[in-house]
Design a protein around this ligand. Structure first.
Ligand SMILES: *[C@@H]1O[C@H](CO)[C@@H](O)[C@H](O)[C@H]1NC(C)=O
Ligand SMILES: *[C@@H]1O[C@H](CO)[C@@H](O)[C@H](O)[C@H]1NC(C)=O
Ligand SMILES: *[C@@H]1O[C@H](CO)[C@@H](O)[C@H](O)[C@H]1NC(C)=O
Length: 405
């Protein structure tokens, strides 16, 4: 009984916690393409990111020997990159989802056929996900990525939807295989259009940069907002992220000053039910500018901004959620204490019963010890056969006789 109540209370709290963790303030960040951006563990330790995407596996498919490129972070030709397993696990222990990004703007990759898509899927599954293969075939060690990110920019558009299906077929409720994609903002994406229409992607971070016509430019947010709407409406499953450069240097164009983002863009796009958050390119530039930090803390220094109200509302929402959690916890504790009391009381009662039993038997003993009991014959003799001469009065229990010696 107690266990059942505790169990359901805990479940309730866990569900609530999940809904908190699912709040739409998530930031996804690319890591791995710049020197001087710190380790993966350091990146995750900032606590700013919910998704970290390792970039890139940029050689694969069509018979190309698969190869990873992580700038100067590690040399993939040695075993050096295997130490990343520890970092990946560190990130995951903080609840951060870690993706391996395949593709990028520079590399040799394509899928030549359905068989090739299957071959690449097997390679990804066995070398980076939950599949089994010898340590020598796992370039980044034994850590299991949460998912694969499709950043397909320089390849024919064929067979990517097949790769997505093969990868997703490994997903189980116990261990999900997440899929994400980083299409360019012109809709539909030239390479990933077919893949995205499978609706198998959990996260779609659209690149609103290096794409004049659907990005922010010269103080005008309309191109970006129109494009956003098209993306948000078209994707039925999964969450849509606003992909932005984390500094002016991070892209040729499309940089959005933080004040424009939080006043003119976020309040609008957050109304999309599948809004997920902001994706930033990359950790290196985010360290330079503190862009992600500014997104989170900007507006309330300027009390008149709408977004500040939005933030307050958001804080209010969180406050409510925490209140519910608090009440839930209090309820669980009260239930627990009540049940404990019930059980203790029941135990005590059975002990009291025992004591009473003892008391009664003690009384009986005393009765038989201290009160003299006479037989009917001797009583008859003593009272002279209950003769009325010897009767001295009447008590509650009957007549009282004088004993005749
Ligand atoms: C299949 O993928 C492996 C990498 O896992 C590659 O070495 C091999 O050449 C691929 N086979 C074909 C037929 O593309
Ligand atoms: C692509 O393949 C060619 C030929 O194998 C190679 O010289 C080149 O370095 C590769 N490019 C990348 C970015 O790996
Ligand atoms: C695969 O490689 C062959 C030969 O190297 C090339 O002719 C063909 O265009 C490539 N196919 C794709 C889809 O990249």
């Amino acid at each position: 009984m107690i266990r059942r109540i505790l169990h359901s209370s805990l479940l309730f709290l866990l569900l609530l916690e999940n809904s908190i963790a699912d709040s739409n303030d998530d930031i996804a960040i690319y890591w791995g393409q710049n020197d001087g951006e710190g380790t993966l563990t350091e990146t995750c330790a900032t606590g700013r990111y919910s998704y970290v995407i390792l970039a890139f596996l940029n050689n694969f498919g069509n018979g190309t020997v698969p190869a990873i490129n992580l700038a100067s972070h590690c040399d993939p030709l040695t075993d050096e990159c295997k130490t990343l397993s520890t970092d990946i696990k560190n990130c995951q222990m903080q609840g951060i989802k870690v993706f391996l990004s395949i593709g990028g703007a520079d590399g040799n990759y394509s899928l030549a056929s359905s068989d090739d898509a299957k071959n690449v899927s097997d390679y990804l599954w066995n070398s980076f996900l939950g599949g089994k293969s010898s340590p020598s075939l796992r370039p980044l060690g034994d850590a299991v990525f949460d998912g694969i990110d499709f950043d397909i920019e320089i390849s024919p558009p064929q067979h990517w939807e097949e790769l997505a299906r093969y990868l997703k077929s490994h997903s189980t409720p116990a261990r999900k295989v997440y899929l994400s994609a980083a299409p360019q903002c012109p809709f539909p994406d030239a390479e990933l259009g077919n893949a995205l229409s499978t609706e198998l992607f959990d996260y779609v971070w659209v690149q609103f940069y290096n794409n004049p016509g659907c990005e922010y430019a010269d103080g005008d947010v309309n191109d970006l907002l129109n494009s956003w709407n098209q993306w948000a409406i078209s994707l039925k499953n999964g969450k849509v992220f606003l992909g932005l450069p984390a500094s002016r240097e991070a892209a040729s164009d499309g940089y959005v000053p933080v004040n424009v983002l939080v006043t003119d863009i976020l309040p609008v796009i957050k109304k999309s039910p599948n809004y997920g958050g902001v994706m930033l390119w990359t950790t290196y530039y985010d360290i330079q500018t503190g862009y992600s930090n500014s997104i989170k803390s900007f507006s309330c220094t300027q009390q008149n901004h709408n977004e500040c109200k939005g933030n307050d509302e958001h804080k209010g929402k969180k406050w409510w959620i925490w209140l519910i959690v608090g009440v839930g916890a209090a309820f669980a504790i009260i239930c627990f204490v009540l049940c404990l009391c019930c059980v203790l009381r029941r135990k005590e009662n059975s002990q009291v019963d025992g004591k009473l039993d003892k008391k009664i038997s003690l009384t009986e003993e005393r009765t038989s010890n201290e009160v003299k009991v006479f037989s009917f014959e001797s009583t008859t003799a003593a009272s002279n056969s209950f003769s009325s001469i010897n009767k001295v009065g009447e008590g509650d229990f009957g007549p009282v006789y004088k004993v005749v010696q």
